[in-house]
Design a protein around this ligand. Structure first.
Ligand SMILES: C[S@@+](CC[C@H](N)C(=O)[O-])C[C@H]1O[C@@H](n2cnc3c(N)ncnc32)[C@H](O)[C@@H]1O
Ligand code: SF4
Length: 351
């Protein structure tokens, strides 16, 4: 019983964690560095649309990005947290490893994670154990049928084997599932699979109508269906005793202790393989190019960033949950072309 209570308090602690974290009193400003837009898969929902083989950063360009990020952190007195993504970053493992070595030399105690489709074996697993790298693996369903219908035949088995290889080497792995009409039916199975594979947490994100995602209107959950899925996520995480992240807008409508506080524009920067600075990976909006204009200048002075940080122009601002929720700005941008419009998936007026 005591173990169970300890577990529940861990779950509660996890699910109430705010998007904006503090380490030793200092805020974290995350960087997602998408080292390539190239990919070995062609997922039906991918916000990148058709991946482009030619856009992969050179090591020197990746180092430039890290140096620009370091200047931004120094100016804002914030601490780093770095996500290496793509496209599929593990196509370029030599670049990934050189970059990790550089990042570890540049920053003390930095958290580094890699987001991957889990279909390409690691050449040197010991390297990732030694450098304490964590992984997020995409799992679009709890069965080969659902996952492979999005990600291509044979890729469910590959992703599961990839995860087990890592967890057996004591590497921390989480999963991310895009919620659709198919995957939302498998939430409990997904937690049970996560438990079996040794995942640290099983996480879900909503489908954004960007890139290929625009073509999936019929798989997209309605606001009321999304509410049901979020309620299932919260209750099934506890039932199956597997952690989940609820640091997303709208979770506070389920329980006021959950969710994040609309930190778009505060919580991090995304740099694409061609040097484009994006407000978020899922919104097809480029602030500017950091190979041309400094990251510091773009981050501090761009109008969209200022609007997002100022909140005044948000159409969600009169909602009583605004400070806790903020609305998903990616979803707003994807539906209307404006980051300031209402969260299109909000169910508050539909119950
Ligand atoms: C673009 S992928 C890059 C990393 C890697 N190739 C992978 O698939 O995990 C990053 C994550 O975004 C998710 N994603 C892609 N398109 C999306 C969309 N339209 N809406 C929400 N998430 C999406 C993917 O499922 C994946 O978990
Ligand atoms: S979601 Fe990831 S694996 Fe799928 S096409 Fe996009 S980048 Fe590639």
């Amino acid at each position: 019983m005591e173990i169970l209570n300890k577990f529940y308090s861990k779950v509660e602690g996890f699910v109430t964690r705010k998007a904006l974290r503090y380490i030793n009193g200092q805020e974290v400003l995350a960087l997602q560095i998408d080292i390539t837009s190239n990919c070995n898969l062609r997922c039906t929902h991918c916000y990148l649309g058709e991946p482009c083989a030619s856009q992969t950063m050179s090591f020197e360009q990746a180092v430039f990005v890290i140096d620009e990020y370091s200047k931004l952190l120094n100016k804002l007195k914030m601490v780093p947290c770095i996500v290496i993504g793509g496209g599929e970053p593990l196509i370029y493992q030599d670049l990934v490893q050189r970059l990790i070595v550089y990042i570890k030399e540049k920053f003390v105690n930095v958290e580094i994670s890699i987001i991957t489709n889990g279909t390409i074996n690691l050449k040197d697993i010991q390297f990732y154990t030694d450098h304490e790298i964590s992984f997020q693996v995409s799992l679009d369903g709890a069965t080969a049928k659902s996952h492979d219908s999005v990600r291509g035949e044979g890729n469910f088995v590959k992703a599961c084997e990839f995860i087990v290889t890592l967890t057996q080497s004591n590497i921390s792995v989480t999963s991310l599932t895009v919620l659709t009409s198919d995957t939302s039916k498998e939430i409990e199975k997904q937690f049970r699979l996560g438990r079996k594979l040794g995942l640290d947490s099983v996480n879900f994100t909503r489908l954004i109508s960007s890139g290929n995602g625009k073509r999936l209107k019929s798989s997209k959950l309605s606001p009321v269906e999304l509410r049901t899925a979020y309620m299932d996520i919260v209750s099934l995480s506890k039932k199956v005793e597997v952690l989940t992240s609820t640091n997303s807008p709208l979770f506070c409508l389920i329980d006021e202790g959950l969710g994040c506080s609309g930190m778009f524009g505060h919580q991090g920067v995304v740099i694409s393989s061609d040097g484009s600075l994006k407000v978020s990976s899922r919104a097809d909006y480029v602030v500017g190019n950091i190979f041309v204009t400094s990251l510091l200048d773009l981050f501090l002075n761009d109008k969209v960033y200022k609007d997002l940080r100022g909140h005044r122009k948000s159409e969600c601002r009169d909602c009583r949950y605004f400070r806790k929720c903020g609305g998903d700005r990616n979803a707003a941008f994807a539906e209307t072309g404006s980051f300031m419009s209402k969260d299109p998936d909000c169910w508050i007026d539909q119950l």
